[in-house]
Unconditional design. Structure first.
Length: 413
C-alpha cells in the first residue's frame, strides 16, 4: 500500500437484508395485502399507491447530477443524524449508525476488518403507510495502524457515507428513468452501473478523523447488486407506465410470506415481451420471510417480506400479453406453482394458478380458454398461492394497465 493509499479508508457495504428491497411486515402491510388480494378496484388501489412512486423516482433521477442533492439533514426519534427526502407520496430516509461499541470484536469473517456500523435506507408510502427497508453492515478498513475507530471518530464518516449513498440511489434512479423511456429495463445492469459509479467515488474526510491521518474514503458497493436491482424493479414499474401510456402494460408483483425461498421463472411467453425483471438468471430468488436489522444492529421481532416485481408489455399497439410464471420452492416444499396471465387484445383477461399440465406452453393453452375470476387461490403441498388481477377488460385512467398480485403463504394461513 502506498503512502497515499494509507490515507484512504475503505468502507464495504455488506447487505444484511439480502434479496432486494423488502417490505416491513406490520399492520399497514397486512391491511394493504388483505385488501388487494380480492382483485378488482381494491387491487387497483394497491397499484395506484405503487404507481404514484413514479414522481419520487423522477425526483431522485433529476437530482443525480454532481452538486445536486435531494436529501436534507434531519434527526431520528433517538436524536441520531439522518438524511431525508420526500416527493409527498413517498418519504425516504438514510441512516448511518455506529455499533462498534457493542460489537467491537465481531468481524465480517477471517481477517476482514470489523463491522463497526450499520447503514439503512427506508421508504414509506404516504398513501397506504407501507414501508420498505434495506440494511448494510459497514466494514471499515485501511485505517492507520493501531487506530481504534471510536464513536466520535466514526461521526466524521457520516457525511462521506451519506454523500456516497446518495450517489448510489440517484444514479440507479437515473439509469432506470433512461431505460424506462425505451420501454425495457435491465435492473441488474442499472444496479451494477450505479454500484460501480459509487464505488469509484473518492470522498474527502474532515474533522478529527482527518487529523488522525485519514483524508478520504472509498465505499465498495459490489456486494449490493441484488439490493440495487430490487430497488430498481420497484422504480421501473411506474416509470414505464408513464412513458408507454397508449400500450398495454401488465405488472406482476409476487410476495413471499413463507419460510422458504422460491425461484421464479418466465417459463413461457406466448405474447408480448418482458420489460422489467428483478434480476438475472443467476439469482431468480424471492427470499423467505426474515427478520431485519434495526438501526442499532439488533434483530427485531418484525419480519421483512421479499417480493419479485415483473412487468410485461405488448410489442405493438394491437398485440396481446400472455405468459406463464413458475414458482419453485428451493426447500421445504416440492410442488411447483404455475401462474398463467392472459391479457389478449379485444377479449377478457384470464388468470389461473395451479400445478400446471405438462409443459408451460400446454398449461397456457389449457387454462386460457375459459374466462376466469378476478382472484383465485390454489393449495400446494406446504403453501398456497392467491392470484388476483385489477380488471378483466377495459381501460384504467385512460390506459390499458392491468396489475397482477400473487401472494405465497403457508398452507392454512
Amino acid at each position: 500500500m502506498s503512502s497515499s493509499d494509507s490515507k484512504t479508508a475503505s468502507v464495504t457495504m455488506i447487505p444484511v437484508t439480502k434479496g432486494g428491497f423488502p417490505s416491513i411486515v406490520n399492520d399497514a402491510h397486512d391491511r394493504a395485502l388483505g385488501a388487494a388480494r380480492v382483485g378488482g378496484d381494491a387491487l387497483q388501489a394497491y397499484y395506484d399507491s405503487l404507481n404514484r412512486t413514479a414522481e419520487f423516482w423522477d425526483f431522485m433521477a433529476r437530482n443525480s447530477d454532481e452538486g445536486q442533492n435531494p436529501f436534507v439533514p434531519g434527526t431520528d426519534p433517538s436524536g441520531n443524524p439522518i438524511m431525508m427526502a420526500s416527493s409527498g407520496n413517498v418519504d425516504m430516509r438514510m441512516g448511518v449508525f455506529y455499533r462498534g461499541d457493542t460489537l467491537a470484536a465481531v468481524t465480517s469473517g477471517g481477517d476482514d476488518p470489523p463491522i463497526v456500523g450499520i447503514a439503512t435506507v427506508q421508504t414509506g408510502n404516504t398513501t397506504d403507510m407501507t414501508s420498505r427497508t434495506v440494511s448494510f453492515g459497514l466494514s471499515v478498513g485501511g485505517l492507520p495502524p493501531g487506530m481504534l475507530l471510536s464513536k466520535a471518530l466514526f461521526k466524521d464518516l457520516l457525511q462521506p457515507l451519506y454523500r456516497n449513498m446518495k450517489t448510489w440511489l440517484t444514479k440507479n434512479a437515473r439509469n432506470i428513468q433512461r431505460d424506462a423511456s425505451d420501454g425495457e429495463v435491465d435492473t441488474e445492469a442499472s444496479a451494477d452501473d450505479a454500484a460501480t459509479t459509487a464505488s469509484d467515488e473518492t470522498v474527502d474526510v474532515a474533522g478529527d478523523l482527518a487529523n488522525q491521518g485519514v483524508e478520504a474514503a472509498i465505499i465498495d458497493w459490489s456486494a449490493a447488486l441484488w439490493e440495487g436491482a430490487g430497488l430498481g424493479a420497484l422504480a421501473a414499474l411506474p416509470l414505464i407506465i408513464s412513458f408507454l401510456g397508449h400500450k398495454m402494460v401488465t405488472s406482476v408483483s409476487i410476495v413471499n410470506k413463507t419460510d422458504f425461498d422460491f425461484t421464479w421463472d418466465v417459463a413461457y411467453q406466448a405474447h408480448g415481451k418482458t420489460s422489467v425483471t428483478p434480476c438475472s438468471d443467476d439469482g431468480k430468488i424471492i427470499s423467505k420471510m426474515s427478520y431485519y436489522t434495526d438501526i442499532w444492529g439488533d434483530r427485531t421481532s418484525v419480519k421483512a417480506a421479499y417480493e419479485g416485481n415483473l412487468q410485461f408489455i405488448n410489442t405493438d399497439d394491437l398485440g396481446s400479453i400472455g405468459n406463464v410464471i413458475t414458482l419453485t420452492p428451493t426447500s421445504g416444499a416440492a410442488s411447483v406453482a404455475s401462474l398463467v396471465v392472459h391479457v389478449p387484445w379485444g377479449d377478457p383477461n384470464i388468470i389461473w394458478v395451479g400445478e400446471g399440465e405438462g409443459s408451460a406452453e400446454s398449461t397456457y393453452a389449457k387454462y386460457t380458454q375459459v374466462n376466469g375470476p378476478l382472484t383465485m387461490t390454489a393449495h400446494f403441498d406446504a403453501y398456497s398461492v392467491t392470484l388476483a388481477i385489477t380488471k378483466l377488460d377495459g381501460e384504467t385512467n385512460g390506459q390499458y394497465f392491468y396489475g397482477v398480485l400473487a401472494i405465497i403463504e403457508p398452507k392454512g394461513a
